[in-house]
Design a protein around this ligand. Structure first.
Ligand SMILES: *Cc1c(COP(=O)(O)O)cnc(C)c1O
Length: 381
């Protein structure tokens, strides 16, 4: 089976992880800050907070922005469920903004229209959470400008997009957002097995996220109420969780991050090769945004909705591990119980009906890619 995505693990990765096992710290040691420094280096962000998943990172990002009861979070319906779930986990309400049919990203036009209506009815969101689908950044200049205009905070879900760029800036520079979140799940661009991070340029948000990562506790006397009792002393300032990353994960992250540029270059080369090879097949190729460098987490083709299932099953039968990203979140049973349903976000639903993610990862060989294209061609008859 050729999977749709797969980690790339080298001898250097293995040596780095094994070394941690013989060291003094399995958690809360020097490697997490080293990984955070690598994230700041790669993104240009001033602060990074590494945690045990992107879901956790999205959660502490929203907590740090004060999202809570009575507030509203808007995200894309075309995402993994976690992007929406964190709104409810914070006690806020959630709504969605439909996508652009070409980029599969939150539509800035739809966002503008919805913000205008929300402002008129006095029900603006506190947080907008755009998702950089497949690794291609949303139009952050427009989303950021709209957010500033309406006084809305922005958290980028860049789970797919580390190593990409919007204009002159790397994804994660937070030029147009408050916080940007990455995932290091094995199918993503770089991996720590499980893992995630939130980056920001705001030192106050960074400090709050660090506290939410570890029970809401601080050891910094400057932040404490009253006097410190001594060197052992800590105070719990907020209600936090244990979302800490281990040293094993961080060590893997450091060696993986050293290959980020190679990974993104390789994925782009493979994507360009797909573009050329699929040009004559009856499929719609992924749309490209101008001025954006995608990290190409996913390569999604669209076929006729009536044929999608047959094409998918034929390719799986050929040993091609195709997948579908994403089932529109608002059609999930949980979200239907909260008032959403089919028909609410038709562009995302039409996209979903036709989408197939075909294999794309750094270790995919051209021969394997040829096999994917042959299988797709055969399935399309
Ligand atoms: C993978 C993913 C997540 C969740 O990441 P975890 O690290 O598995 O928690 C969230 N949002 C998107 C868009 C993702 O692809």
């Amino acid at each position: 089976m050729i999977p749709y995505g797969r980690q790339d693990i080298t001898e250097a990765d293995i040596a780095a992880v094994v070394e941690v096992l013989g060291s003094d710290f399995l958690t809360q040691g020097p490697r997490v800050p080293a990984f955070e420094a690598a994230l700041c280096q790669a993104t240009g962000a001033a602060h990074a907070v590494a945690v045990n998943s992107a879901t956790s990172a999205l959660h502490i990002a929203c907590l740090a922005l004060g999202l809570g009861e009575g507030d509203l979070l808007w995200t894309s319906p075309n995402t993994f469920v976690a992007s929406a779930n964190v709104g409810h986990l914070c006690g806020a309400e959630v709504d969605f903004v439909d996508i652009d049919a070409g980029t599969f990203n939150m539509s800035a036009d739809a966002l503008e229209a919805k913000l205008e209506r929300a402002a008129a009815s006095g029900r603006l969101p506190k947080v907008v959470l755009p998702v950089h689908m497949c690794g291609q950044s949303c139009d952050m200049a427009r989303i950021g400008a709209l957010a500033r205009h309406y006084g809305v905070r922005v958290v980028e879900d860049a789970s797919h997009a580390i190593g990409g760029a919007f204009g002159a800036m790397p994804v994660g520079a937070c030029e147009h957002s408050d916080i940007c979140v990455f995932s290091f799940h094995p199918v993503k661009i770089v991996t720590t097995a499980e893992g995630g991070a939130a980056v920001t340029n705001d030192p106050e948000l960074a400090a709050r996220m660090e506290r939410f990562r570890s029970h809401g506790i601080t050891r910094d006397p400057a932040l404490m109420e009253g006097e410190s009792h001594g060197p052992w002393y800590y105070q719990q300032l907020d209600l936090g969780l244990n979302y800490r990353m281990t040293e094993l994960q961080a060590a893997l992250g450091v060696t993986q991050m050293a290959r980020l540029e190679d990974y993104v270059a390789r994925r782009n080369a493979l994507a360009a090769r797909y573009d050329r090879m699929l040009g004559n097949l009856p499929v719609a190729l992924p749309g490209r945004s101008e001025g954006v460098i995608s990290s190409f987490h996913l390569y999604v083709v669209r076929v006729d909705a009536e044929r999608r299932r047959a094409v998918f099953e034929a390719m799986r039968g050929d040993g091609i591990g195709v997948n579908v990203h994403y089932i529109p979140v608002h059609t999930q049973p949980y979200w239907r119980r909260h008032g959403f349903g089919p028909g609410d976000f038709p562009v995302a639903e039409d996209y979903y009906a036709r989408a197939i993610s075909i294999p794309l990862y750094a270790g995919l060989s051209e021969a394997q890619q040829d096999a994917v294209v042959a299988s797709l061609g055969k399935a399309l008859g």
